[in-house]
Design a protein around this ligand. Structure first.
Ligand SMILES: Cc1cc2nc3c(=O)[nH]c(=O)nc-3n(C[C@H](O)[C@H](O)[C@H](O)COP(=O)(O)OP(=O)(O)OC[C@H]3O[C@@H](n4cnc5c(N)ncnc54)[C@H](O)[C@@H]3O)c2cc1C
Length: 308
């Protein structure tokens, strides 16, 4: 998918810029990433996927048991096949990173106001946001970046978008739970173990349960059991469970586009499993749309109405 590679490359470029930023650089760490496979068979089955990543410009190499053990001691013995990407980046503290971006916005003269938007309307020179409990905000440009909840706001402009949510789960354990050196992807089981500034996060799962169904934390527990099986020395007590809503489109591509009903409303949502990674690219594209400049990449395939 060409546009997905372009988005990832733009994200890489923008993260390099963020790595040079005085306030944000500390949050972007380079620990490398290790993608693990249970067997030679599953490793071979993933070969075309890795070939595609290589073609898109990603750099990595295959590693065997000996190197796996050096890269991450303490893994269960079945892991004899893996891919290691030395330049894999990671956000060490997603909440701290977000708070710092918000502070930078305020330093630059921006104001933060927290309210629930319930509907949008076009105005002569911009758009109006109707707020829950009455009241409204008028602006020259409105950016809808409400994740899985964006669909309702687009609908209020008469624009139906097939956005759904893939709910995911994680548990954040104390940092001392395991001497984790880098991010580990357990590809045959679709979960990830990630070192954070103040903990270890075990996360994954895909659940179609919409926005209202209560969380089923048995899924977090299942992931933790698997993590313990593959990292036998992991201490699994003292964790904090979480469920989140990945905003997902049927083709796994986000919507980054201008509304037709209200051209001063810009849509930026639907990043699925890659929202944190692609946030930097999205920020740049939204800034370009707002300034009526040519976007850094071709975003034709990210149109909100691409499904008709
Ligand atoms: C378990 C799990 C692991 C993940 N791991 C990764 C990963 O490793 N890398 C990666 O890149 N991505 C990952 N993701 C995906 C990533 O979290 C999402 O793609 C990303 O959060 C989407 O960002 P967003 O800002 O569009 O939406 P959100 O993060 O959902 O934010 C939307 C915001 O809009 C607010 N909002 C909603 N409705 C309204 C309204 N009506 N009025 C005002 N505000 C509103 C919400 O309160 C929220 O603050 C993971 C997701 C999960 C669940």
């Amino acid at each position: 998918m060409k546009v997905q590679s372009s988005l990832m490359q733009l994200a890489a470029t923008e993260y390099e810029r963020i790595r040079r930023d005085d306030h944000l650089s500390e949050f972007v760490v380079n620990t490398g990433t290790l993608d693990l496979y249970d067997s030679e068979k599953s490793f071979r089955a993933a070969t075309p996927e890795w070939a595609g990543k290589r073609k898109a410009g990603f750099d990595f190499h295959r590693v065997g048991r000996h190197e796996i053990e050096t890269l991450q001691p303490g893994l269960a013995p079945q892991f004899e096949n893996a891919i290691y990407a030395d330049d894999g980046l990671q956000i060490s503290d997603p909440a701290g990173f977000t708070r710092t971006v918000a502070k930078d916005l305020q330093r630059a003269g921006g104001t933060i106001r927290i309210s629930e938007a319930v509907a949008l309307e076009p105005t002569e020179n911009g758009a109006r946001i109707r707020l829950a409990g009455g009241g409204s905000i008028e602006a020259r440009t409105v950016v809808v970046a409400c994740g899985a909840w964006s669909k309702t706001l687009a609908k209020s402009l008469g624009e139906a978008i097939p956005l759904d949510t893939e709910r995911g789960y994680n548990t954040t354990l104390p940092a001392a739970s395991f001497p984790l050196k880098r991010q580990l992807y357990f590809n045959d089981h679709s979960f990830v173990v990630t070192p954070l500034k103040d903990g270890i996060r075990v996360g994954g799962a895909v659940e179609f349960g919409g926005l209202d169904l209560p969380a089923n934390f048995k899924r977090s527990e299942m992931l933790l059991k698997l993590a313990k099986r593959f990292l036998p020395g992991l201490e699994t007590s003292g964790g904090e469970q979480w469920m989140g809503f990945r905003p997902s489109m049927p083709d796994c591509l986000p919507v980054i586009d201008r509304s037709k009903a209200a051209p001063n409303v810009i849509y930026a949502f639907g990043h699925g499993h890659l929202g944190l990674t692609q946030s930097a690219a999205t920020g740049r594209l939204v800034a370009e749309l707002t300034a009526h400049q040519k976007p850094a990449i071709d975003i034709e395939n990210l149109r909100f109405d691409r499904f008709g």
